[in-house]
Ligand binder design. Sequence first.
Ligand code: CO8
Length: 256
Amino acid sequence: MAYETILLEVDERVGIIRLNRPQALNALNAQLINELNAALDVLEADRAIGCIILTGSEKAFAAGADIKAMQNFTYPDTYLDDYITSWERLSRTRKPVIAAVAGFALGGGCELAMMCDFILAADTAKFGQPEIKLGVMPGSGGTQRLTRFIGKSKAMEMCLTGRLMDAVEAERSGLVSRIIPAAELMTEALKVAKVIAGMSLPVAMQTKEAVNRSYETSLAEGIRFERRVFQSQFGLAHQQEGMSAFIEKRPPDFKA
Ligand code: CO8
């Protein structure tokens, strides 16, 4: 498939998806989301890919849903077309996904970043849910994921006022895992992605699933799930390889 609004690149075992609508600060429209979803399908189907990076430009990860495209929607349009439900595809990705965020991650852009497994932020990153200023509220997880990540008080303030949060505040609040100087963002993101892609792919996918399970279930159920998956990993050749490599003082090779 030829992409017009994203760029897809592969570096060793890492798939890199770059949002690419520079004229609109990567504002998200139906074409971009369809292309993003198609690229995710391609990378998920390719067993040689162990980790995915989602990124934007230096100026914007994504400045939200495309306001010009949304302006004339009616309620029957949004309801009957189930508007933005297909935008959640990213959150169902089974392989690990890192968001590398520089510049604006606003509205749907912030929500897209939060659908990834963790966020590496450039020191230029700015996060926010400014939908309320447009007369709507967040529609793709902003009121839910942001609240779980940074707590009720701060999420409520951000969603009700639309104020932006800089990278330092985002790190302090637990929204991002680390801040990186903007010029080094992609080098560092790629380094981290290659570490993950060098692990056993099924174990990395199961680890992701188990961590995500903690948001959806009770502690006892979550621990039961973790225990069962952990036990099943003794059925993988990768468990033998990882433990033998440690004992033999050599790096493990999980490629097979
Ligand atoms: N939609 C459409 N176009 C946009 C958007 C957007 N969200 N953001 C920026 N642009 C366009 C501008 O219109 C401008 O185009 P033009 O040159 O043709 O006028 C161009 O990008 C550059 O933008 P600015 O001139 O405004 O650049 P500044 O550096 O002055 O300002 C800002 C940057 C602060 C980011 C500013 O552009 C802004 O406030 N943008 C809107 C942010 C916003 O309100 N986002 C929320 C949108 S609503 C939403 O996301 C609902 C979520 C739905 C779910 C999504 C699921 C994933």
